[in-house]
Design a protein around this ligand. Structure first.
Ligand code: IMP
Length: 197
């Protein structure tokens, strides 16, 4: 049997890679920054998920040979006018500090009756420094007023997806990966790859 095709995920976020690996199963060999000492650091200077996803996929695929998949994602909160959006990972003041991000979100949502929010994920596939296609997925839901559950990462303990009563962090990986913004974007990626790979 031949080896599955390789997909290089343009991230240092192990949670994202794990979810992508779990969703794709054994159809692809999923690698990320940990497999490449020369993995470049890409500054996310874009104003939209698509701009940042492009910067990451094109930047990495300029340096590393093969198909590169980026994921730029975040939480949009209706009562906060769509914030934190593309700034989700540094909302609490420190890049990638999920505890501080959740603290700030709880503070800003205190007393708000409109609890609507969505996770959004934009993915770009690139090769040789050029975008080949892009895809998006969203999941609608509501925010709770205290952390609930230990699974997932980021804002998962505060987000209940539509049609459920527990947060992503309480529902666990299998349920999250069956309906998340990431899995919805990834379903479109795999459809595209089946035609073009
Ligand atoms: P990025 O690495 O710039 O795409 O930032 C993604 C940020 O959005 C993460 O650091 C989290 O704060 C948030 N985020 C994205 N996807 C998820 C998810 O599936 N669950 C919880 N938080 C997420």
């Amino acid at each position: 049997m031949s080896n599955p095709p390789r997909l290089i995920v343009a991230t240092r976020n192990a949670h994202k890679t794990e979810e992508i690996r779990a969703i794709l199963g054994n159809r692809f060999e999923v690698l990320d920054a940990t497999a490449f000492p020369e993995f470049p650091e890409i500054e996310e200077t874009g104003q939209t998920f698509l701009e940042n996803a492009r910067l990451k996929a094109e930047g990495i695929s300029r340096q590393i040979d093969g198909w590169v998949l980026s994921d730029d994602s975040g939480l949009e909160v209706d009562a906060l006018g769509g914030a934190p959006g593309v700034w989700s990972s540094s909302f609490g003041g420190e890049e990638g500090n999920h505890g501080k991000n959740n603290e700030r979100l709880l503070r800003e949502m205190a007393g708000k009756t409109d609890r609507g929010a969505r996770f959004r994920c934009t993915m770009v596939l690139a090769r040789d420094g050029k975008e080949r296609a892009n895809f998006s997925g969203t999941v609608e839901g509501t925010l709770v007023d205290a952390l609930r559950g230990a699974g997932g990462f980021g804002y998962d303990p505060l987000f209940i997806p539509e049609g459920h009563e527990r947060t992503f962090a309480e529902l666990g990986d299998e349920v999250k990966n069956s309906l998340s913004h990431r899995s919805r974007a990834l379903a479109k990626v795999t459809d595209w790859l089946e035609v073009h790979f």
